[in-house]
Design a protein around this ligand. Sequence first.
Ligand SMILES: [Zn+2]
Ligand SMILES: [Zn+2]
Length: 407
Amino acid sequence: MAAVQVERTAGTQCFEAAVEKMRDGVQAMAAWIGGADGEALGDGLIQLRESGIDPLEAVFASGVRRFDKSGEFAADGAVSVVAWLKWKCKLSGGAAAERVEIARQLEQLPKTEAAFASGDIGYQHVALMARTAEHVGAAAVRRAEPGLLQAAQTMDPGQFTGVAKNFEHRIDAEGALNEANRAHARRYLHLSEPQNGTVRIDGLLDAEGGATLRSALEPFMTPMKNDDRSFGQRQHDALIELCRQRGGDKRDGAGRRPQLIIRASLDTLAGLPGAPAGELEGGGTVPAATVQRHACDSALSRLIGRGELEHELSHATRTIPPSTRRALEARDRHCVFEGCDRRPSWCDGHHLVWWTRGGPTTLANLGLLCRPHHRMVHEEGWTLERKDGRFKAIPPPKRVTPNSRTG
Ligand SMILES: [Zn+2]
Ligand SMILES: [Zn+2]
């Protein structure tokens, strides 16, 4: 009994010494990183992963493997090693399951385990190797291990995913097809009901759908001059522009199904105080300024009047006739906002004296404005003027930004 006691104490001391050394190492590295900058900081970050985080993950994996086999997690009352990792090591279910999978597969992939321990490949590469082994069997991966590891060392995880998937397909085309079919079956797209002026969109696209959408958005993603939209905002605008332009190059408004139907009253259109909001067919409301923008160019939307407006709309000529639109495009050639060169297909025909204020639909009273700039004029207080054939955009007296509008 006494001998066992001594051994345990010795083990504990050794454990405590190891923990202390690790803490010292972390502190030393934190101090060094804190004082480094420029190229040296970059080198430090690389070392942090290669000599610290990734080799430690390798140590963690080999420990998890033995802990998993021992069944010791049950002593704490956990039903599985994954549950134990979630609980005791503060990992999400997905992160815990991935580490257990790595731990199990690495036992049969010694070269991968060694490359992981030495920091030659990163955690995500190893996770991909483990997943590939899970899909096609560790034996098949082991036979191709040197080539796969070489690819992993020279590629980022995204590129390496392509190599791994290609390998899986060569080994097990049917399995790869099944996986693609499972992924396809998980596809969905959900649009929420409008809430606080926004509609939430979420979903999962299959790989083919994702690639199709990405390449369709790309032509609309080019930033404008002095573009202060975030990447996400540009992606949003690109998706809407894509939807607006569907149906080819016909943009004279004739014969096209309107993509947006707005119901509004005359008071709203005139922007009178106390007027109700515009109602979107399909749910949601828009402010008067947005109704007025759509009243400006009806190529993509249709206004449905309430009360007196119904009569007004049926007698109005706010629709830009095809010949006027062609003349407008020939004259302006692109959005007339200074520095903006968006093509006519991206532009609305803006009435300089707003149609809602009696401005006529004639070439002299029109100017091409791309959708973001048209919005700035109607909803954010900018003014567009034309003097001696030159357009001038005048900012609002007090700039209305999306942030300052709240509160
Ligand atoms: Zn307008
Ligand atoms: Zn523009």
